[in-house]
Design a protein around this ligand. Structure first.
Ligand code: SF4
Ligand code: SF4
Length: 315
């Protein structure tokens, strides 16, 4: 018997929520707290926590929050992350592009994405969905106002309440697709039950054909961090640092209008990540590292750089 089998907890449901740093930490936290509080009302055993290794103090860095729900006492108390999620939730849609959100998912798992885009569009970005059995979309941003606050961070009491913003309809969609808790129990713990019920009722759900899991090629930030030398010394930023790829932080891409560009180099000198190169045709952007901060757009005196939603591009 393998160690994995020895410590298996067959009734344990693992939920991983992906969001973007700082501005959406609360949404991720609210989803795991709302679901676990509702489950606790049903006498289930629960855990909910966040993962500090994701550098949540950086704007738009991919971050995760976790929930575990079981009908049995949960034996594994000190885990760092969910290794094999049953349910994956995506709070911000561009995370489906280039971020390993499906890594380690169990057979029969469910993905819930907050997006106004179609399921077909999301599937295009996901590529091979491996063990995924169900995909769900919910346009939570049209159902509730996003709540941006640091209230409730790092164990503090959340003065804004759980599920006041887009977390409520997203949690509603999770319950519709999985039945993980009773909808009435979820309704009693979120601050905006009206939005939660809209998420429940308007979620789009599609079953996917089951097929063998594909080989996992994506590498998580945690694994890359393990390879870094102790004390975190990194090579000079004059070279590309494979241990700190920031392109997947980007939700809007800079796009150049070449005709408007006067080649003044203001954008080049302003980019905080040195990912603009000047060419005879104007600036080019290194999309592996461009985090989409929009600074180049803001400083360009000619208005030559626009910002376009990342999912409008297939590459
Ligand atoms: S958006 Fe512009 S300034 Fe910001 S990282 Fe990308 S290229 Fe650099
Ligand atoms: S700041 Fe604007 S005008 Fe100047 S080089 Fe960059 S894109 Fe061109």
């Amino acid at each position: 018997m393998s160690t994995h089998e020895l410590f298996a907890e067959p009734n344990l449901i693992q939920i991983t929520v992906w969001a973007r740093g700082v501005v959406m930490n609360k949404d991720a936290r609210d989803i795991v707290v709302a679901l676990t509080e509702a489950a606790a009302k049903e006498g289930k055993y629960v855990q909910a926590w966040e993962n500090y290794v994701d550098l949540p103090d950086r704007i738009y860095v991919p971050v995760r929050a976790y929930a575990r729900i079981s009908s049995d006492p949960i034996e594994s108390k000190y885990v760092y992350e969910n290794e094999n999620p049953d349910i994956v939730v995506v709070v911000e849609e561009t995370l489906v592009k280039g971020v390993p959100i499906l890594k380690g998912i169990k057979p029969g798992s469910t993905l819930v994405v907050n997006t106004r885009r179609s399921i077909d569009t999301i599937l295009e970005f996901l590529g091979d969905t491996g063990n995924l059995a169900k995909i769900v979309t919910v346009d939570a941003n049209s159902m509730a106002e996003a709540v941006m606050t640091l209230s409730g961070a790092e164990g503090a009491t959340d003065a804004t309440g759980i599920g006041a913003g887009i977390a409520a309809p997203i949690a509603g969609a999770v319950v519709k697709a999985t039945g993980i808790v009773d909808i009435e129990n979820l309704s009693s713990v979120v601050k905006n039950p009206t939005a939660m019920r809209r998420g429940y009722e308007e979620a789009q759900i599609r079953e996917l054909p089951a097929h063998e899991v594909v080989e996992e090629v994506a590498v998580t930030a945690r694994e890359l961090l393990k390879q870094m030398p102790f004390a975190g010394t990194v090579p000079s930023p004059q070279v590309e640092n494979e241990g700190m790829v920031t392109g997947n932080w980007r939700i809007q891409r800079p796009v150049l209008n070449q005709e408007a560009c006067t080649q003044c180099w203001t954008c080049w000198i302003s980019c905080p990540d040195s990912c603009i190169t000047m060419t005879d045709d104007g600036p080019t952007f290194n999309l592996k590292y461009c985090k989409g901060c929009g600074l180049c757009t803001a400083v360009c005196p000619s208005g030559a750089i626009s910002r376009v939603p990342e999912l409008d591009f297939k590459n």
